[in-house]
Ligand binder design. Structure first.
Ligand SMILES: [Zn+2]
Length: 400
């Protein structure tokens, strides 16, 4: 009986500490009196909790707030550079690594390119070496590192966190942890890249405080991270959000999933590049006709040409946007989100096509749902998945 009560007390203490820590985070700077008022906990209990959090090094005092009659209250905030996490975004040809602190501020970021199909062992060994060097460079001992998050362009098993399939990486049934010889001493988390972006937008980006929103990443593939009721929606096995395989044109090209006309085959970066290359081969007029290596025409060149008035380049981007609009209309009708955030390569040409997408959604989605949704591009750009991966171990500290 005594042991059970001690266990309950310990749990309650931990619960209260996480809750107070999260309130300090969301308010940025807050007094003990305000915390008592919000939580209903007595000033004595609040004093004990905040002292314990300060002793552990998570928070510190910072300046004074407005007086409500008596002495000006001392404000508490998260202590910068006290604890850290690392996020790794494993993409097809490059790896991005971000070190953040407890406040979510980026301390350091770096990236390196990998040749495609390098294989899990080679990629993860290089990641491990880079992280070990980073920890040495910033003198971060293990006890100050809360964990490492990995973002991958594929499906992640909800229980084991193994990568079930990452088709663009060519990885199947991969346990990230099993390839880490030294870093496996630390907590390791693995997440789908679009879900990681959604976690990032909710924690530090444009979806703070929102319960129902969708982040869609457009790059070599197209995937979504979905929040419903304030939680990331993963589905029964963890593969929710594969919006790249919504069929938007049954007569479209064959997709890697064996269907025809999936969104991914009509609007991914790869598809946009391929379509431009084909148009030029077929003799279409374009400022890109003068390119010597047609196979090397990339999205940046297409966007640049479109901005300079190239009708072919503009047409291809608008066509991809139209298919995105069709898929987003389906999401708007199904999920009734308050926001849809489009990220990764999309931000390179968002200003050229976003109004087109909005007009398609206005036309195709049900009025009640379409009138409630804001469609925007991500301000976090290429960083969102690596940041989101870094935020996963951080969230545990705040009881999330
Ligand atoms: Zn497909």
């Amino acid at each position: 009986m005594g042991r059970k009560r001690a266990g309950n007390n310990k749990f309650l203490k931990q619960f209260n500490e996480s809750m107070i820590l999260d309130l300090i985070r969301t308010h940025r700077a807050i007094s003990k009196a305000e915390l008592s008022q919000i939580t209903g906990l007595s000033p004595t209990a609040m004093g004990l909790i905040t002292s314990s959090l300060a002793e552990k090094g998570y928070i510190h005092e910072t300046g004074t707030g407005e007086s409500t009659g008596g002495r000006r209250p001392v404000l508490l905030e998260l202590k910068p550079n006290s604890f850290y996490t690392v996020g790794v975004d494993l993409d097809v040809s490059y790896v991005k690594i971000i070190l953040i602190d407890i406040t979510g501020s980026i301390i350091h970021e770096c990236s390196f390119t990998m040749f495609e199909e390098a294989g899990a062992e080679l990629v993860l060994q290089r990641v491990e070496n880079s992280i070990e060097n980073l920890l040495k460079q910033f003198c971060i001992p293990d006890e100050k590192l809360l964990g490492i998050g990995f973002s991958v362009p594929g499906m992640v098993d909800i229980g084991s966190q193994d990568i079930i399939l990452a088709p663009n990486l060519g990885w199947e049934n991969i346990s990230v942890e099993s390839y880490l010889t030294q870093l496996s001493r630390l907590p390791i988390y693995v997440e789908n890249e679009a879900m990681a972006s959604a976690i990032c937008e909710e924690w530090v980006g444009c979806c703070k405080g929102l319960d129902n929103f969708v982040c869609i990443n457009i790059r070599s593939g197209i995937g979504a991270g979905i929040f419903t009721g304030g939680r990331l929606y993963k589905g029964v096995g963890g593969s929710a959000g594969e919006v790249g395989h919504i069929v938007v044109d049954e007569n479209g090209p064959k997709c890697g999933c064996d269907n025809y006309g999936c969104l991914e085959t009509m609007a991914s970066t790869h598809r946009i590049e391929e379509r431009m290359q084909r148009l030029i081969r077929q003799g279409s007029l374009s400022s890109l006709n003068s390119c010597e290596q047609l196979d090397e025409i990339e999205i940046e060149a297409i966007v640049k040409a479109a901005r300079e008035g190239d009708e072919s380049a503009k047409g291809i981007l608008m066509e991809a946007a139209r298919y995105l609009g069709i898929a987003i209309s389906i999401l708007v009708n199904t999920l009734n989100p308050s926001k849809i955030v489009l990220g990764k390569d999309f931000i390179k040409y968002a200003d050229l096509v976003i109004n087109h997408i909005k007009s398609i959604v206005d036309r195709k989605a049900l009025k009640a749902a379409a009138s409630k949704v804001e469609i925007t591009s991500s301000a976090l750009g290429e960083k969102s998945s690596a940041m989101g991966a870094a935020i996963i171990p951080l969230k545990k500290l705040f009881g999330k």
